[in-house]
Design a protein around this ligand. Sequence first.
Ligand code: ATP
Length: 574
Amino acid sequence: MFKLFRLLKPYRISVAAIITLMLLQSLAQLYLPTLLSDIVDVGVLKGDVAYILRFGAYMLLVAMGAMVCVIIASYLLARTATGFGRDLRRKLFSHVESFSLHEFDKLGTSSLITRTTNDIAQVQQVIVMMRMFIGAPTMLIGGVIMATYKDAHLAIVLISVIPILVLAIVGIMLKGLPLFKVLQVKIDGINLVLREHLTGIRVIRAFNRSGHEKQKFEKANLDYTQTAIKVNTIMATMMPVMMLVFNLGVVVILWYGGIRIDQNQMQIGDLMAFIQYAMQIMFSMFMMTMIFMMIPRASASGVRINEVLAITSTIHNTEKAISLPSNHAAIEFENVTFSYPGAEQPAIRNVSFRAEPGEVTAIIGGTGSGKTTLINLLLRFYDINTGSIHVDGHPLHTLQLESLRQHIGYVPQKAALFSGTVADNIRFGRETATDEEIKQAAATAQAADFIAELKDGYESQLAQGGTNLSGGQKQRLAIARALARKPDIYVFDDSFSALDFKTDAKLRAALKVETEQATKIIVAQRVSTIMDANRIIVLEDGCIAGIGTHEELMSTCDVYQEIVASQLSEEEIA
Ligand SMILES: Nc1ncnc2c1ncn2[C@@H]1O[C@H](COP(=O)(O)OP(=O)(O)OP(=O)(O)O)[C@@H](O)[C@H]1O
């Protein structure tokens, strides 16, 4: 966790000011009881009103000075802590941005979200508590010194109470701390049930499993509550135990102090100051307990954050990476083999093909045959194991990632839209696209009609993930987004599956005109979508079972014939 505090560097002046102010505040606090004892011993006992007033005003000034220190320190601390949290979130976010899909697979999306939010908040809390880090030890050491200075004999009573307090605190913490860790795991449990419930709400309702889900949530909730009650019960004993030990200590101090006053070895004011020092010592011990309770929790979060920061993406720009010139680029796969990390079998084996500019290269095959994997490799979401991929004659790894992706208009299998307007979502493809270009892209994607029917047309707001649109509408917006980019390469990963046959045909006809010069790769399940492609690649279990036009494959490729036969009969039956 302390490694993360390097991010405090830009705030070093604030931190120095906070430390100085808190030290000043602690010194002022330590000075107050001494002033009080002077008022009592000199002013009150001798009836010197002028002395009382003068020292009273003095006390007021010191107290106000301490207050000003606390106010300024709190302000600076709030700014520093929120700034630190913002910087750390930014650092983590941009680091995660550089990850390849492999790293996302490894860490898990939900864990990355928790680490960027909850875990950072825990570490940020340590900064917020910085006041205590400085105040508590100063008050403890200063309190003991000042109490000893007031009366060394009585200080022995006080100092012998401290180990009893420490023992009580350590005992309680030993019981409570492991439960704090358990508590975090139980929160994870609630989050898991909740996340599954919210994302799967349609399925849960359709299968009438609401009752079952409710029970699952109740169980996780009860589990968490019971642990929380247990940990809070243990922690709640801390204050009364501390108060008991402290009050017993005060009784002993008063008793022994009374004897010493009786023997003229101590003055009343000193005894009053002594009790105040004892209170300050106890308060500082309480603060230190809070610190010790918080640090293990925050350092667990610190470890989780550092884990993410320590991961370097397996896919990044090499030093000599070049920018892909704007060109109508040919794509070439040569003997490409690739296994997903941890997978036993390669998802793609010895795949070779060429996709030419101005042509449509289609990929067809059963589920799990490796179609999406080919696309993932072209976009360099993953790196190949053996073989090579060239774009415009350049090996993929020699190209700058941003430049490569800049040239590709990608339509994913599952249309991912973002909250914002329809126009915002299309403009996502190219920020500089004009309104006219956006309308043109929507028209080509056969989305113009349904957008016109929306309440605010292109300015209609989309819900998170576009849930207020149908599957086909989402797909058409995703296509419009890729078209708005005007790229050299189009990649449609099963992007026409949610469209009816008529819209599918109209869309392909419009695309043909709009994307004439570009290299087009179309992954499809329906033969009718790709029948007129210049080249059809038939995939089976990660290998190429045939390449050719529809006619060629109909006479040479058994797998293709099977696909065609199964679909025709299905259509005939329908
Ligand atoms: N992230 C991943 N990690 C591990 N294995 C994966 C991953 N993604 C896909 N696979 C595996 O790789 C193989 C090919 O998957 P791919 O998604 O490329 O198939 P597909 O042909 O696109 O299928 P579909 O038509 O169902 O989308 C499958 O066996 C799948 O289980």
